[in-house]
Design a protein around this ligand. Structure first.
Ligand code: ATP
Ligand code: MG
Length: 437
């Protein structure tokens, strides 16, 4: 054992800027939210997929596009010193999911509906709703070409807001058409912005020839008038693309999902075509997009697989929870059923086997544990029991134990009623401790 006087306190270490700890009781909100999402995914037949947090840098460069915010300036990339591979902490997970689907031939007998949850990493300026490690939940439907799957994904997100009671979330839609349609639009776009060259910032000038669509995504106030007046992609779409968009919209209308068409909505990655969408709120300042996605029919080929039209979305968990926080009371954690008040060390083996048997019967039990020397008094353990939020105290006092009994004391009913039970017959009384919540 290290003597207290001999240990010297080392300097405190802090988390990396923009990367947050999620602590209790806030973490309970995360768990509850994830449980709602899992049930939602089950309801639509989406299966869970878990891919690595680190992927080859090339995967993201090839799929997101070289001239994008993420690839140009937001990726945490590094060389694995041991074998010289260029690696990147995933900034998003569509690329990783598609990589896994292609690598393991998951589409061999038809389409697949998948979802994931987990941390993503982008080197951005940290602010409310924008972090360097943040979390996304994503849903991807791979190997399906029909507009009904675009609509299904949108309906799924929409029903999540409903289930959570989130209000003030607006749906914006656009269609990016197909590559051939986009290249005609691209020429018109370049011509338009060349006329307005005077208002373009350096980034826009640099991207004008390589990726003019990105200019529509710019938040620079000086460029907004020129962006509003820019040629609209929808005007360049052929019949098939228009029809696809029409079907998506008609399904949404039939389901009373309100939307608006936003001609400037182009999304931040290059892999999208046809339908793109964002769910936006005005309540989070300029970090108002809580869920965004679209169709990416050509991505599997770009990653070396066979053509498999696909569509998906990703949701920013921090932003959704921030919105929920405004609406929900802070402490929504389900309280523990019972707090175990324990005697001296001698009796702990017997007490703990009783607790194990209660837990095996579904009772949530928090056992008192000492933080100093010796077992604290029953009185001070009771204080802890009260503070824990538990509905019952299980008192394993010396008197009770001598008779093979435990006292169950209600902590929350106001009268503090108590009963005694035989430890060896816990199957007769365990159920009475369980919360019905
Ligand atoms: P923004 O325009 O806000 O930068 P984005 O277009 O870069 O968003 P996507 O790549 O589409 O975002 O990611 C999907 C969702 O993930 C976003 O709508 C948002 O809710 C969330 N998100 C993206 N970047 C961050 C971040 N740095 N911190 C927290 N959430 C984020
Ligand atoms: Mg971004």
């Amino acid at each position: 054992m290290v003597e207290k006087s001999a240990t010297r306190r080392a300097e405190k270490l802090c988390a990396v800027k923009g990367m947050n700890d999620i602590l209790p009781p806030e973490s309970a909100r995360w768990e509850a939210f994830e449980a709602v999402v899992r049930a939602l995914m089950r309801g639509y037949g989406y299966e869970n997929i878990r891919t690595p947090i680190v992927e080859s840098t090339d995967l993201f460069v090839r799929s997101l596009g070289e001239v994008t915010d993420i690839v140009e300036k937001e990726m945490y990339s590094f060389d694995d010193r041991l074998n010289g591979e260029a690696l990147t902490l995933r900034p998003e997970n569509t690329a990783g999911v598609v990589r896994a689907v292609v690598e393991h031939s998951l589409l061999y007998n038809g389409g697949k509906r998948l979802y994931y949850m987990g941390p993503m990493f982008r080197h951005e300026r940290p602010q409310r709703g924008r972090y360097r490690q943040f979390h996304q939940i994503g849903a991807e439907a791979l190997g399906f070409s029909g507009a009904e799957v675009d609509a299904e994904l949108i309906l799924m997100a929409h029903s999540l807001w409903k289930k959570l009671g989130l209000t003030g979330v607006e749906l914006q839609l656009n269609s990016l058409g197909q590559p051939a349609e986009r290249s005609q639009h691209r020429a018109a776009l370049i011509a338009h912005f060349e006329i307005h060259a005077a208002v373009l910032d350096d980034e826009a000038k640099r991207r004008l020839q390589s990726n003019p669509l990105r200019l529509l995504d710019s938040k620079n106030p000086a460029m907004q008038t020129a962006i509003e007046a820019a040629p609209r992609l929808l005007d360049f779409l052929g019949d098939a693309s228009r029809e696809h968009f029409r079907v998506v919209k008609s399904i949404l209308e039939a389901n009373d999902v309100a939307y608006s068409v936003n001609h400037r909505l182009v999304r931040g990655m290059d892999y999208y075509n046809l339908t793109v969408f964002e769910f936006v709120t005005t309540r989070l300042g300029s970090q108002g997009t809580i869920c965004a996605g679209g169709r990416y029919d050509y991505l599997t080929e770009q990653i070396g697989g066979k053509a498999s039209p696909s569509v998906g979305w990703a949701m920013g968990v921090e932003r959704v929870l921030e919105l929920l926080k405004e609406q929900l009371p802070a402490d929504s954690a389900v309280p523990i059923d019972a707090y175990a008040i324990v005697p001296d060390t001698e009796s702990l083996p017997m007490v703990m086997s009783c607790l194990q048997s209660l837990r095996a019967q579904g009772v949530a039990v928090l056992m008192h544990a000492t933080s100093g020397d010796g077992t604290p008094s029953i009185k001070s353990q009771f204080k802890r029991a009260d503070g824990s939020g538990a509905r019952y105290a299980l008192v394993f006092g010396a008197d009770e134990l001598a008779l093979g009994l435990v006292t169950v004391k209600a902590l929350r009913d106001g009268q503090g009623g108590q009963t005694r039970h035989a430890i060896s017959e816990s199957s007769h009384w365990a159920k009475s401790l369980q919360s019905t919540a």
